[in-house]
Design a protein around this ligand. Structure first.
Ligand code: ZN
Length: 136
């Protein structure tokens, strides 16, 4: 999905990359996260399904990311894989790495695009204060 979407923008994988499912992923601050792309290894690591569900259930209900609780588990997992593949392909195509927000924007766009209409609506409306704006 991510590869087809980015191909429409002229971005294709330039190197072989791998996806590995793991029981835990931590960022540079030591916080548990859903996944991560490691450019030096061309490796996308993503929580396995069970670990993902455990982490999602641990998100406080007042945290905006708790919207993940409301998405079908398999669909959420797939969207996170798409997210990391997006990081891989963007990284491989740019000689000057973009800043982190740009990387996350592209990966997030791919992730949301991979969701069903119903899940996308739930996800986007959770971050929007005006239901009128999010219904289009
Ligand atoms: Zn990301």
């Amino acid at each position: 999905m991510a590869e087809a979407f980015l191909a429409r923008c002229g971005l294709a994988p330039r190197l072989r990359y791998s996806i590995r499912f793991v029981p835990e992923v931590k960022n540079e601050l030591g916080n548990c996260i859903f996944g991560q792309f490691r450019p030096s290894e061309q490796l996308a690591i993503v929580l396995g399904h069970g670990a993902l569900m455990t982490l999602v259930k641990a998100i406080p209900r007042d945290d905006p990311s708790s919207v993940y609780r409301r998405l079908p588990a398999a669909e959420l997992h797939y969207s996170l894989i798409v997210h990391e593949v997006g990081h891989a392909i963007v990284h491989q195509n740019l000689s000057l790495p973009p800043c982190r927000p740009v990387h996350e924007y592209v990966a997030g766009l791919l992730q949301v695009s991979s969701m069903s209409d119903a899940s996308r609506r739930i996800f986007l409306e959770s971050f929007c204060c005006d239901p009128f704006l999010s219904s289009g």
